[in-house]
Design a protein around this ligand. Structure first.
Ligand code: TMP
Length: 198
């Protein structure tokens, strides 16, 4: 089983690329499962509702711990013993370093300890779809904002820059893609990367 994670701020087109890659792999008779974070387990989806609900606020610490509570369920129930050929993750633990670490200014060593504590496997390949914050939100302008999306542009700029640092520090598994490119060009770059790295 190969784990491929897709990272990036809102509006970068992760879901579109995940769907295109899923179709491509299935066409080659490979089995694929797509999981999103937070969520994709029964307790994880309930935790997701708490995390994204705009009718209450949460401390940054609560937000971090709920992300990891959801992730612990996902790792345990859906990732560790997964039998698919490919597991495509719509965000994984790098998102907590970017959003809660760089974005909310929580301790990155603490987040790294949580990653080890819940025994997160490392993705084989990670894609960072990178776009200007304003351009990402312009693509989602008709969507109602959830609690995290309602944060400031300054927050999302910290997340974007954080993601770039994470990708550079882990350049053995990360490929950074300019998400303003054409959808098919991005898809081809993803396939080329997988063909050379796996
Ligand atoms: P989405 O799945 O609709 O993009 O919403 C998930 C939100 O949660 C998104 O704003 C990114 C955020 N997030 C974190 O803040 N930390 C995390 O670890 C993960 C996985 C997501």
């Amino acid at each position: 089983m190969k784990i491929i994670s897709f990272e990036g701020i809102e509006g970068v087109g992760k879901s579109t690329q995940i769907n295109l890659l899923k179709e491509y792999l299935e066409f080659k008779n490979l089995s694929v499962e797509v999981l999103r974070e937070p969520g994709s387990s029964i307790p994880g989806e309930k935790i997701r509702e708490i995390l994204l609900d705009t009718s209450h606020d949460l401390t940054n610490e609560t937000e971090l711990l709920l992300m990891f509570a959801s992730r612990a369920e996902l790792v345990n129930s859906k990732i560790i013993n997964n039998k698919s050929d490919y597991l495509l993750l719509d965000r994984f633990y790098d998102a907590s370093i970017a959003y809660q670490g760089y974005g909310r200014n929580l301790s990155i060593p603490l987040i790294n300890s949580l990653i080890s504590f819940i025994k997160c496997p490392e993705p084989d390949v990670s894609f960072l779809l990178d776009i200007a914050v304003e351009d990402g939100f312009a693509r989602k302008k008709n969507d109602k904002k959830d609690r995290i999306e309602s944060a400031s542009v300054a927050f999302f700029n910290r997340v974007k820059e954080g993601y770039l640092s994470i990708a550079k520090e882990n350049n053995d598994r990360f490929t950074i893609i300019d998400a303003s490119m054409d959808i098919n060009e991005i898809h081809m770059k993803i396939i080329d990367t997988l063909n050379t790295s796996l």
